[in-house]
Design a binder for this molecule. Structure first.
Ligand code: UTP
Length: 296
């Protein structure tokens, strides 16, 4: 197997979601009834990545507890015959081999990924941002892994973004490859360049498959935008020395570290649930009808 390793950075301060993130990681914010990070770990496992390293920070305890056994709770669920809930709770602990490393100071995404070096060693690995939920992914991660293996390069996932978003995303300058319609050839990456400097509208989303040489580039990366050690800057240096690929993502995804996106994710995922969907959609229809009446 090309790689079974995933790194999930989850050590950011989550200031956009205060006050909920004052004492808990934003990756633990529930979307319907699962914390965001569980969706992300499940996506990694679905792509064959069963060795998962979560980079945590100061408020890490809830993340570790979530993937650990909960003996008292399990005993109580067993005693009261709540078998389905018991299975759900136990399944979380056997999803993957989950490891943790701590980023002492939140000095940026590149700095967080750098903390995975010891665990990853000289292997290719995937990075999934812990606050980025991909819903209709068309096997995005599996396709990225195949492309990385075929070309022996790092691969980033990109999505068309609007003019207004050019200062919210890392932007990739990439061209088509006549020999491989699946992926683009990356020429340059810039972190949040803004409309004046952006060379395209291809925004980097929170999924990467990286060559292990990225660790050398991260180590050499100076603080960039916002005074943080940016993964995009390290990737740009790597792309200027070695081939790199991008894959277009066309599905739906949510940056659940932002309040509005977390709300959208909750609505969409609740509406599509077999157990909750019918009731929730009926509520939504009434809610929208009442809202329309009010604005008439
Ligand atoms: P964000 O850009 O969302 O940063 O990080 P943030 O600091 O967590 O959030 P805000 O802007 O203050 O609300 C993208 C991902 O990288 C992780 C975050 O946990 C998130 O999953 N990250 C970011 C780290 O692990 N360490 C860092 O130093 C920065």
């Amino acid at each position: 197997m090309f790689t079974n390793k995933a790194v999930i950075p989850a050590a950011g301060l989550g200031t956009r979601f205060l006050p909920a993130t004052k004492a808990q990681p934003k990756e633990m914010i529930p979307i319907v009834d699962k914390p965001a990070i569980q969706y992300v770990v499940e996506e990694a496992v679905a792509a064959g990545l069963t060795d998962v390293l979560i980079v945590t920070g100061r408020n890490k305890r809830a993340l570790e507890d979530h993937f650990d056994r909960a003996f008292e709770l399990e005993a109580e669920l067993a005693r009261t015959g709540k078998t389905e809930l018991l299975q759900q709770v136990q399944a979380i602990t056997t999803l993957a081999h989950v490891h943790f490393v701590r980023q002492g100071q939140a000095l940026g995404l590149g700095h967080a990924v750098g903390h995975a070096h010891h665990h990853i060693g000289d292997n290719f690995f995937a990075v999934l941002l812990g606050d980025d939920i991909v819903v209709h992914d068309n096997h995005l991660l599996a396709r990225m892994i195949t492309t990385s293996e075929r070309h022996e390069t790092s691969v980033v996932a990109v999505q068309e973004v609007s003019d207004d978003d050019l200062d919210r995303y890392g932007i990739v300058d990439a061209v088509a490859d006549p020999n491989d319609p699946e992926s683009l050839i990356v020429r340059d990456l810039a972190e949040k360049p803004g409309k004046a400097k952006a060379r395209s509208h291809l925004g980097i989303i929170g999924r990467y498959v990286l060559s292990p040489s990225i660790f050398d580039y991260i180590a050499a990366t100076k603080p960039g935008r916002g005074g943080e050690i940016q993964l995009t800057d390290a990737l740009n240096a790597q792309a200027h020395d070695a081939p790199m690929r991008a894959i277009r993502f066309t599905g739906r995804r949510y940056d659940v570290g932002a309040k509005a996106d977390a709300l959208r994710a909750s609505v969409e995922l609740a509406a599509s649930r077999a157990d909750l969907g019918a009731e929730f959609k009926s509520f939504l229809r009434d809610f929208v009808a009442a809202m329309n009446d009010e604005t008439l």
